[in-house]
Ligand binder design. Structure first.
Ligand code: GLN
Length: 592
């Protein structure tokens, strides 16, 4: 069920008891890909460390209802939430940076907004009126924002103090006009003192003397002001620190005090962004604008600064071969990358990803592409096959898995990476030569991986097994599993899913006979969630049907990823031994 069938309704706006929510609206100018998501997440980190509770909303001005049907190659990874929402990858940044759990309604798209209004029109809610973009769609957007901003996302009772709203795209795009108009009206609905507009823009640096050009920012702010929004803060992305003169010029032409023109110049790692914004006075600028008294001032940035510096000083490398099919666009594996990085931080290793295009492993072994790709596999400390769809690159991935298994190289398989590990095992250990998945061959004679029963193949949007589901750990005699060890409990765990296919239960006994362990199953015992090889056979071979990468945090890495990096770095002591709080600070339990 999506929220579309039960449209959000504004709640209790007239209630005098309701807490005053403060909003920070972030727009982007000049070009996309400026790091707006990182900037706003960093603002959130600062506000949290000022003692505020923070939530966030992402607006995506496209007509798709959600990101579920969009190609990762075009749009980057599809991020999955606990409630099964398939959303823009920026929501992953918010969850990771702010330690919150969002819902599908925290991602508003043009498609969702229109769908809601059209549904209401069909129901006769507008009583014969002409239904128009203004006010009907703009009101629906504002109602939606107000409703969802008040949902608790941090597990505490009651709403957050501040809601960050990111408007996707660039100011001036036709697509985002309707949202900017809604937000222009919104500042009057909630009160000017409760709404801070922050514009992220680009200051290119030209020539050998490094001239900082302000014109693109001037134009984009003019564009923003032409739709009735005056920014309170301008954050300038630039390769260099902004000069005083540049700041003053932007201030003069963009109607913003110089102190509110901030520099986000290139830094050695993304965690420094929060530090440089803090150093330029962002906490007091926002507190003044929103008329708030931060409980902690100056914000307590100590552990964040420590992490930013620690990341700069990592020297011992760990090489992970990531065998995928969108390796040109690294955003398509964003959460996997983050989880690997967080895992590497936890054992003080510098992560080096060796991107291996799976199809390069499918060509003749004398081919240059093959030689290069195979060299990376051979030199890797660990091999990872992430999630994926369709049959492109499958043979190459199977080859990489075979290499990891037979050469005892630490292996982590995610979703498709688990399904293929089962196929590889069936073919090469059990001896079922034509073992495959029905995703690649509908009429497979030996379908090791099969279609999930609850699927509706005629409708691609929102038909997968999605979101947070429980996995229960399963023991083989006295043998403690990797699963139990990494998650720090013997019961189970909730992780997020996004798949249509699963291991065919008919083959499980046979695979077990040959030594494959199914150490995690669903709550009905029907779906295989985790496979492993025992330590006597392989030092670290672990794969999951779920996607643990969606719940990783910089200071609390996803347990399977942390353990995998440990194994790759030669630090893994083995299942049941010495997994010392490498994952969560406190072990995750099955209770969500
Ligand atoms: N294509 C596989 C499935 O649908 C795996 C999905 C994934 O890796 N996310 O089950």
């Amino acid at each position: 069920m999506t929220s579309l069938s039960s449209p959000p309704s504004p709640r209790g706006r007239s209630s005098s008891m309701r807490k005053t929510m403060k909003y920070i609206v972030v727009t982007g100018g000049v070009v996309s890909g400026l790091g707006k998501g990182i900037t706003i997440s960093s603002v959130g980190v600062i506000l949290k460390r000022c003692g505020f509770r923070v939530t966030s909303i992402k607006i995506d001005p496209y007509l798709n209802t959600d990101a579920g049907t969009m190609s990762p190659f075009e749009h980057g990874e599809v991020y999955v939430l606990n409630d099964g929402g398939e959303v823009d990858l920026d929501l992953g940044n918010y969850e990771r940076f702010l330690g919150i759990q969002l819902t599908r309604d925290h991602n508003i798209t043009t498609g969702k907004a229109y769908h809601q209004v059209i549904q209401r029109e069909r129901r006769g809610d507008y009583l014969g009126k002409t239904v128009q973009v203004v006010p009907h769609v703009t009101n629906a957007i504002q109602d939606w924002i107000e409703r969802i901003a008040f949902e608790s996302v941090d597990g505490k009772v009651g709403p957050a103090d501040i809601c960050l709203i990111e408007v996707g795209g660039t100011v001036g795009d036709i697509e985002s006009m309707i949202f900017l108009e809604a937000l222009r009206q919104f500042q009057f609905r909630v009160g000017r003192e409760n709404c801070c507009f922050l514009h992220v823009s680009l200051v290119p640096v030209l020539g050998s003397v490094g001239e900082q050009k302000t014109k693109p920012t001037q134009h984009s702010v003019r564009e923003l002001r032409s739709v009735g929004i005056t920014p309170d803060v301008i954050v300038c992305r630039s390769s260099q620190k902004l000069k005083r003169a540049t700041q003053e010029k932007i201030s003069l032409f963009c109607h913003v005090p110089p102190s509110n023109v901030l520099s986000v110049h290139d830094v050695t790692n993304i965690y420094h962004v929060a530090m440089i914004l803090c150093d330029q006075g962002l906490p007091s600028i926002i507190a003044n604008k929103l008329q708030m008294n931060p409980p902690v001032m100056p914000p307590d940035m100590a552990s964040w600064a420590e992490m930013a510096n620690m990341v700069d000083n990592l020297t011992v490398e760990v090489h992970i071969a990531l065998v995928g099919k969108y390796t040109d666009l690294q955003d398509s594996y964003l959460s996997v990358l983050k989880a690997l990085k967080h895992g590497a931080f936890s054992c003080k290793r510098k992560l080096v990803i060796d991107w291996v295009e799976a199809s390069d492993l499918e060509v003749a072994e004398t081919n240059e592409d093959f030689i290069k790709a195979f060299e990376l596999i051979k030199n890797a400390d660990g091999i990872l096959v992430p999630g994926g769809f369709g049959d492109r690159g499958i043979k190459g991935k199977l080859k990489a898995i075979n290499y990891a298994r037979t050469n005892k190289v630490p292996y982590l398989g995610i979703c498709l990476g688990m399904q293929l590990a089962v196929v590889e095992f069936a073919r090469n250990v059990v001896g079922i030569e034509n073992a495959t998945s029905t995703e690649f061959d509908e009429k497979a004679e030996n379908p090791l991986i099969i279609f999930m029963p609850e699927i509706n193949p005629s409708h691609m949007g929102g038909t997968m097994r999605l979101g947070s589901r429980q996995t229960l750990f399963h023991r083989y005699g006295e043998e403690v599993s990797i699963a139990e060890t990494v998650y720090g409990n013997s019961t189970g765990v909730y992780e997020r899913h996004r798949h249509r296919y699963e291991v065919n239960p008919e083959y499980v006994p046979k695979l077990e006979d040959y030594g494959l362990r199914f150490t995690g199953v669903d709550d009905k015992g029907q779906r295989m969630e985790i496979i492993e090889l025992p330590e006597s056979v392989h030092p670290f071979f672990f794969a999951a049907q779920f996607h643990p990468e969606f719940k990783t945090r910089p200071q609390s890495p996803s347990p399977p990823f942390a353990a995998f990096i440990q194994a790759a770095a030669g630090l893994w002591a083995g299942a049941g031994k010495g997994f010392q709080k490498i994952g969560r600070e406190s072990p995750r339990t099955v209770v969500e």
